[in-house]
Design a protein around this ligand. Structure first.
Ligand SMILES: [Zn+2]
Length: 242
């Protein structure tokens, strides 16, 4: 009887571990604009429309997850609320500080900012002081290379310049480890993953639907700035089912 019980427990463990884990919807935004009458599309959203999307999520009971907890979730398979999502902002735009930060905090959300370091302090982009404030306010600062290169056909890039130096620069600015990375244009390959690992990154985020499970190819969904809150939630449900 004892042996049967052990067998049943072992089988249950294998069955639950092999069960596909629910994807956490990870939203990806780029440009945010103050004015209306500005184009809205997959790369652009107005402040009002971003506010409407966030309000819809908050009103529906959604709460944000940050990468440390996402990694724990992916490694442990522990249950999380189906109303969990992550929100990310790419490319170091100044509006991530002047618009997104206050909207996020208004709804009790925290986000992840994937910062490319070359434009820091230049017109229209985040300053080092703003990056530090975002971090101090509970958001996560993560790396997005130095100058946003394409992954060349050779599959190589200047790893020190694009992976190591931005990590060190951002860590110096915020005074905390920088452990997460987003691939420029969502392009990745196995060579890049091995360099990310040896550079000390714990996980990396791509764009689009999953092509492979794992901490270095975490999928995200780019959000169309024209989507209403309910339409966004329907897209998130589709994403979770993929
Ligand atoms: Zn980018």
């Amino acid at each position: 009887m004892k042996n049967v019980l052990i067998l049943l427990i072992a089988c249950f463990s294998i069955c639950t571990n092999s069960h596909a884990q629910t994807l956490i919807p990870i939203l990806c935004y780029h440009n945010i604009h103050l004015g209306n009458g500005v184009k809205s599309n997959i790369m652009h959203i107005t402040r009002d429309q971003l506010n409407a999307q966030l309000k819809s999520l908050a009103d529906s009971g959604y709460h944000t997850m940050l990468p440390d907890d996402l990694v724990k979730y992916m490694q442990s398979g522990r249950h999380v609320s189906p109303k969990t999502f992550m929100i990310t902002f790419d490319d170091s735009h100044e509006e991530h500080f002047s618009i997104a930060d206050s909207l996020l905090r208004h709804y009790g959300f925290r986000g992840v900012f994937f910062v490319m370091t070359i434009p820091l302090g230049k017109h229209g982009y985040l300053t080092a002081a703003q990056v530090k404030l975002l971090s101090d306010r509970g958001h996560v600062i993560a790396a997005h290379t130095w100058d946003h290169p394409f992954l060349r056909p050779s599959g190589k890039m200047d790893w020190k310049k694009e992976l190591d130096a931005p990590k060190q620069q951002l860590e110096k600015i915020i005074g905390k480890p920088v452990l997460y990375f987003a691939y420029p244009y969502g392009e990745w390959n196995d060579t890049m993953i091995s360099h990310l690992k040896s550079s000390g990154y714990k996980a990396a985020f791509q764009l689009g639907a999953p092509r492979r499970n794992g901490l270095y190819t975490i999928p995200r969904m780019m959000v169309d700035g024209r989507l209403s809150g309910p339409a966004l939630q329907r897209k998130m449900a589709v994403f979770m089912g993929e």
